[in-house]
Design a protein around this ligand. Structure first.
Ligand code: ADP
Length: 622
């Protein structure tokens, strides 16, 4: 059959609807998207022919724009790699990007709340044509094949694929847009409108964009131009092209390495994290060029994985053009480029932290979580990462660096106290574990990312070259007191030991499956109880671990009870007098309260509520 109908994949149909209803304010960018795709197709053609020279077609690679202003038709043609019938169905009928679903869900919420910025975070590429056209035809022949196919859509839920269409003489793709008859729209078939859009958004495209028989783009590689000749707008548009982002970047970084290895780089830090940043630890965002010729996207060897959010271009003069992907990783030049790029990024981030705190915080909020993975992966640079890492703190509501923390210390000491275990700062701030520290006016860093706990565990034994120690205060053995104070405390604890024993026995009798031990504590102030992680794994970490499918035996913790608190004193007395009935619920509640303060979910909240209600009944005299 020569003509078939298909339905758009659900997510594609949803995005399409958004385009038809034009949620973006700037519709000009549909042309940028089509030219970007055409340019990619030409890059792919070049690389394919390098691998298979017999496929070469004798045509000059170019992108061609033609128009019919009266009929309001515009066509964008390329003689690039082209698409087969199946490609048309798969590439244009579905959206392969991971995170699309999540994006659509967030978008729905954002639209309800009137936040229009969000959509800009997601490139919709080809579908943007439906902002300006009510019918689109895509005719394509894939390089090395002789079947020309056509995709036709009017932006509805179905599209048509034809395979009996006239053969294209050149490989590649022609996209024809039938522009909407809408007086609010610019006439995109108008010569000057096209010239303006191309020079604004696509000037740097390295293939000629032919319009009225002449190239209308300068084709200059932007990273080859001196910094002073490139405007912010040019950087922004180039970024959007390489990163497939619709928003401006947070900053750009130029690299100009000369010496034994010569290369140029133009890197960008995006303003926002993409939706799939955490799902895709293998992806990289740097394109490799050799002597201005595109070689490959997403060259992960150019940058360590914890810098994978960085986008841009590296252009080397020292690699052969026909280098194969397989040996890239082993190539010494690539390793040198990686090291020097990494160094430059550290320096630039440090500079940003020193000169523009607000912008740096934006960077950190978007990418700090990924960046910190480097502390675990890259022992050699852990120190550099920690130097520019930001943390929440008990000292103020903002962010702090480790250096700033050290500067605030009343007396110099190597320990940097840290509390992890919840992604919510307010939960950490309410933790009874802070009490011994706040009592002594000691500042504690509050670490809210799951990776922080791993870092803390690692920091305690393997971080080298640091003149300080990151100390996890969740562990029961971390106590901010002097040896003399410790001696005094030990004596006092010894004194209560005997009176504490019956309560301890009682609680262990009912909670021995959850608790390792019950201990008296004298360094808590307001809290009655506090849970200690014996192996440094918090309740949050334990839950995360299980949620990701790992098996883990129940982690037993130590329950500390504040023996200077009148309530605990009374309970000790009750236990001594065998007043078990009264104690039963209370002991459970003490444990459950400590869990709640950890930010944990109770396994059986109904039981907890019943126990508290029993106490309420007693309190109100029922
Ligand atoms: P993206 O370019 O971000 O992947 P698009 O929706 O713009 O998303 O395009 C989807 C896919 O369709 C592209 O990845 C590419 O494989 C294919 N495609 C689009 N335009 C062309 C073209 N002119 N030539 C060849 N393939 C194309």
């Amino acid at each position: 059959m020569s003509e078939e109908k298909f339905s758009f994949q659900t997510e594609a149909a949803e995005l399409l609807k958004l385009m038809v209803n034009s949620v973006y304010s700037n519709r000009d960018i549909f042309l940028r998207e089509l030219i970007s795709n055409a340019s990619d197709a030409l890059d792919k053609r070049r690389i394919e022919i390098l691998k298979n020279p017999e496929l070469a077609e004798n045509t000059n690679p170019e992108i061609k724009i033609t128009t019919d202003p009266d009929k309001k038709i515009i066509s964008i043609s390329d003689n690039g790699i082209g698409m087969s019938r199946d490609d048309l169905v798969n590439f244009l009928g579905t959206i392969a990007k991971s995170g699309t679903k999540e994006f659509l869900r967030t978008l729905e919420q954002a639209q309800n709340s009137g936040d229009k910025n969000l959509i800009g975070q997601f490139g919709v590429g080809f579908y943007s044509v439906f902002m300006v056209a009510d019918k689109v035809e895509v005719v394509s022949r894939k390089l090395g094949t002789d079947l020309t196919s056509e995709f036709i859509s009017d932006g509805g839920s179905e599209f048509t694929i034809k395979t009996d269409v006239e053969q294209r003489s050149e490989c590649g793709t022609t996209i024809t847009l039938y522009l909407r008859d809408d007086s609010n729209l610019k006439n995109y078939a108008d010569e000057w409108v096209i010239r303006e859009i191309v020079s604004k958004y696509s000037d740097f495209i390295s293939w000629p964009i032919i319009f009225k028989d002449k190239a209308i783009n300068s084709q200059k590689a932007i990273w080859q131009k001196p910094e002073s000749e490139v405007t912010d707008e040019e950087y922004n548009e180039f970024y959007k092209h390489v990163a497939r982002d619709w928003q401006n970047p947070l900053m750009h970084i130029r690299i100009n390495a000369e010496g034994s290895t010569n290369f140029k780089g133009l890197l960008f830090i995006p303003s926002f994290a993409p939706f799939d940043l955490f799902m895709n630890p293998e992806s990289g965002g740097i394109s490799l060029y050799i002597n201005r010729v595109f070689i490959m996207n997403d060259c992960k060897y150019l940058i360590p994985s914890y810098m994978r959010f960085i986008r841009g271009v590296i252009d080397s003069e020292d690699l052969p053009l026909n280098i194969s992907r397989e040996i890239l990783q082993e190539e010494p030049v690539i390793k040198i480029i990686q090291r020097s790029t990494q160094r430059k990024i550290f320096n630039e981030l440090k500079k940003l932290l020193e000169t523009d705190r607000e912008k740096y915080i934006k960077f950190w909020q978007a990418f700090g979580r990924v960046f910190k993975e480097g502390i675990i992966q890259d022992n050699e640079h852990a120190k550099n990462i920690l130097e520019i890492a930001l943390f929440k703190t008990t000292d103020n509501d903002g962010w702090t660096t480790i250096d700033e923390y050290k500067a605030r210390m009343k007396e110099a000491r190597p320990e940097i106290y840290c509390l992890a275990g919840s992604d919510d700062v307010s939960i950490l701030k309410a933790s009874p574990k802070l009490e011994p520290f706040t009592n002594k006016n000691l500042e504690v860093l509050l670490l809210t990312d799951p990776v922080d706990e791993v870092i803390l565990n690692q920091a305690s034994y393997s971080l080298k070259n640091l003149d300080y120690k990151l100390v996890n205060i969740s562990r029961g053995d971390v106590n901010p007191i002097t040896p003399d104070e410790q001696k005094d405390l030990d004596e006092k604890l010894k004194a209560v030991e005997k009176d504490f024993e019956p309560l301890k026995k009682f609680i262990m009798g009912i909670l021995s499956d959850k608790l390792e031990d019950v201990k008296p504590a004298l360094n808590l102030t307001n809290s009655l109880s506090c849970l200690r992680d014996n192996n440094g794994m918090s309740v949050q970490m334990e839950n995360l671990f299980r949620a990701s499918g790992n098996e883990l035996p129940e982690q037993k913790r130590t329950l500390e009870l504040n023996v200077s608190h009148p309530v605990i004193k009374k309970l000790m007395l009750s236990a001594k007098n065998n007043d078990d009935e009264k104690l039963k619920d209370i002991a459970q509640i003490l444990y459950e309260q400590a869990l709640i303060l950890e930010g944990a979910k109770l396994k059986n909240p109904a039981d907890y509520v019943r126990r508290v209600n029993n106490l309420i009944s007693i309190a109100v005299g029922e």
